[in-house]
Design a protein around this ligand. Sequence first.
Ligand code: PLP
Length: 420
Amino acid sequence: MDLQTLALHAGYDKDTQSTMAVPIYQTTAYEFRDVEHAANLFALKELGNIYTRLNNPTTDVFEKRFASLEGGEAGLATSSGMSAIFYAIANATEAGDNIVCAKQLYGGTLTQTAHTLKRFGIESRFFNVHMPQEIEALVDAKTKVIFFESLTNPSIDVADIDAIVAIANKHGILTVVDNTVATPVLCNPLKHGVDVVVHSASKYTTGQGLAIGGILVERKELINKLKNNPRYPQFNEPDHSYHGLVYAEVPLPPFTLRARLSLLRDLGAVVSPFNSWLFIQGMETLALRMREHSKNALALATYLESHPKVKKVNYPGLPSNSNYKNAQKYFDGGLCSGLLSFEVESFEEAKKIVDATKLYSLVVNIGDSKSIITHPASTTHQQLSNEELIACGVPSGLIRISCGLESAADLIADMEQALA
Ligand code: PLP
């Protein structure tokens, strides 16, 4: 079925009241029929609802629907994109292991991998997303994950997914891709052999800046990569915290099953049923919105490229952009989502332009239906020196835009007056 059809129907068999809208099951727990029923659920002899930290019928629809859009086997929703990323990595690693990550990452992911995971004994090693060949020298027997973003935030680069997956598969290492900015509408990493996709649902999935949440999705037949793979004993040996369950031996998607039974159960970064419901509403229009976000961003990028005050525009949909070839290969119809950035002469000039815009809101978010503008050097990256800013691809005159759904003509007109 087409993605737009799945976005409206997948994962929901009308409930006993035949409601057209997926109901919000706003409940903490569920009544068992009797003791045997309860025991069967806890022993996984029967599948069903136990407690909303583990599962919830509204969240279940969100997970099944989102997994179907990604072409995956199963999904696990979490309370934020950051917790989805943490669970994906923690599910594959133990203290003493390492992961290999692209340098071009969202700031929160960079601090989680470089600093927070280190406190739990997990080392992160970094490669340039434009140079997958750097990965070979970084992997060893303790490497458990290769992590990157399909369309990077904020540097707006497009990863060569096939090249990275080929190296990971040669070594039997799991690939985890953050597909937040591209969304499953524009890019399907699982179809290129990626093992697990993670998302911040707080961005384009909700689409209107309404809620924080995350999701991870595992590809079909991931079991074949995990089973008897010496890198991943946790999937092949009994889990003593769950009656000696061996995840690779049960006929259920192993990665999300373990993340649910062990990480969600014990760490509890669970999404609220209400937020799952909001994400379900957002998904209904995700494909329509992504086309409009992409069209607006291309129109604005094209305008900016011709403006004399603009030194450089970063948007992979522009033929002049160094990511154009990868974007044409990996993004449906060459549509490149709503994120772009451009560089003007100086820090002061950038501040003046940001303050002069009227339609763009000064906000540190992306993926809202309303357009957003940020000046990284005075906000998210303010601690960095000029040299450090240049080294991480965020010069002091850089302005980032998350193009919303206003008319392209109005977005261009407002930018024109701000640049004047
Ligand atoms: N991944 C990307 C690419 C992001 O842009 C963000 C947030 O901006 C996150 C993950 C974190 O998501 P959340 O804010 O839902 O925790």
